[in-house]
Write a protein that binds this ligand. Structure first.
Ligand code: ADP
Ligand code: MG
Length: 229
């Protein structure tokens, strides 16, 4: 399933006027490929993911997921699309305070009413193991570090085998080695599951995992030159 953003413009209210966060952004992410998005703080990276996730409606332009123009869908249909087909990892992983790591991950499958309980349990355990949290599955968010919470968020996003994976700065709270492992994992799953993956990252050192790199500057896409500037 591919993801396309076509000529997206997004503005936010700003005092008397409007602030243009995205200005004619286009992006094509074929199934099975990983696009990295870089750019300075405030350049519109998180806004672009929110639009791609159909959480925020752009002022103009189209978001097409697997051939479906999402602007024509109802709020309930968009919610179902997100639940069934999208894995979304925000910068702040909004975990539920009362649930253990394992329960947060299992909840994704249960919300969708899918999977036998044994299967769901096993899959959640495998995913927590994959992100290096096998031994911490029983802990609640306040008993985990920022980096560990981020990894719970990643395992949660992978629970329903998404066709579109949207990840915002997954390595910001991780040490170097753990960050590399997370990026390698996302690149591997992109191939194995044929996911259309968009990864916002500050980590220019490891852009080699990406099939393509786009840079956002002041809400516009710029394709970086070979020097990486
Ligand atoms: P990035 O993720 O690249 O740092 P953002 O997409 O978060 O950039 O922000 C782009 C611009 O939009 C910034 O100027 C930011 O202050 C503004 N912005 C982001 N979210 C909102 C919002 N909900 N309301 C108003 N302005 C916002
Ligand atoms: Mg951001």
């Amino acid at each position: 399933m591919s993801l396309s953003l076509e000529d997206i413009t997004l503005t936010y209210p700003d005092g008397e006027g409007r602030l243009t966060a995205l200005d004619g952004v286009g992006l094509d992410v074929p199934a099975g490929t990983l696009t990295a998005v870089v750019g300075p703080s405030g350049s519109g990276k998180s806004s672009m993911l929110a639009v791609a996730a159909t959480l925020v409606r752009p002022d103009r332009g189209r978001v097409v997921v697997g051939g479906t123009e999402t602007g024509a869908l109802s709020a309930a249909e968009r919610a179902r699309l997100r639940r069934r087909r999208m894995g979304i990892v925000f910068q702040q992983p909004n975990l539920l305070a009362s649930l253990t790591a394992r329960e947060q991950v299992e909840l994704m499958a249960r919300l969708d009413g899918r999977g036998r309980s044994g299967e769901v349990r096993e899959r959640a355990r495998d995913l927590l193991d994959t992100v290096g949290l096998a031994d911490l599955a029983h802990r609640r968010p306040h008993q985990l570090s920022g980096g560990q919470r981020q990894r719970v968020g990643i395992a949660r996003a992978l629970m329903n085998e998404p066709a579109v994976l949207l990840v915002d700065e997954p390595t910001s709270a991780l040490d170097h080695e753990r960050g590399a492992a997370v990026l390698d994992l996302l690149a591997r799953l992109t191939r194995e599951w044929r996911t259309a993956t968009v990864l916002v990252t500050h980590d220019r050192a490891r852009l080699a995992v990406a099939d393509r790199v786009v840079e956002l500057v002041d809400g516009r896409v710029r394709i970086p030159g070979p020097s990486g500037t």
